[in-house]
Write a protein that binds this ligand. Structure first.
Ligand code: DGP
Length: 151
């Protein structure tokens, strides 16, 4: 069965792309934990990290490393969390491997960590939705993509 990320990769659903190559794509999370939150997703559609060939896994992490640097340059973030919910019991909601690259900004502890906690806690309550206008996601993606060229 196709995941929502398969449909984004195929162009069937819209996304604000930061980067694409032969192994993976990166785009803005539609419900960000913090402003500028990016997902790094392999083209290979597998649910968990242990199903990913090692070279693709290494490439995914290298891409996440570069995205973090590009967020700091392009968005002015100070640091980032790299997070994987690796399986349903670990709060994974989309069964297609993805690394969350979540920027941290100075003084954002309460705002960001509250949302982060919700993201990794397996609760029956729905996650709070934060709908960001597409135009804003596109602008963030463009800023990160430009900075990525220098990494
Ligand atoms: P996880 O719970 O770790 O599987 O995270 C899934 C993330 O995917 C969550 O932060 C929201 C994001 N997401 C879900 N649907 C879409 C979508 O249609 N577009 C985009 N850009 N992100 C999505």
């Amino acid at each position: 069965m196709l995941t929502i990320f398969d449909r984004i990769i195929s162009g069937d659903l819209p996304a604000s792309f930061v980067h694409q190559d032969s192994h993976c794509v990166s785009f803005m999370d539609i419900n960000p934990i913090s402003s500028g939150h990016v997902l790094v997703v392999p083209r290979l559609s597998v649910a968990t990290l242990d199903a990913l060939p090692p070279e693709i896994c290494a490439h995914l992490w290298r891409t996440a490393q570069r995205i973090g640097a590009a967020q700091r340059i392009g968005l002015g973030s100070a640091a980032q969390h790299l997070l994987i919910n690796d399986g349903k019991a670990a709060s994974q909601s989309v069964p297609h491997v993805h690394i969350h690259v979540v920027p941290r900004y100075r003084g954002d502890t309460l705002r960001t960590l509250g949302r982060m906690l919700w993201h990794v806690t397996t609760l029956t309550l729905p996650r709070p939705e934060r709908i960001i206008p597409r135009q804003r996601l596109d602008a963030q993606a463009a800023a990160i993509a430009t900075a990525l060229q220098g990494t």
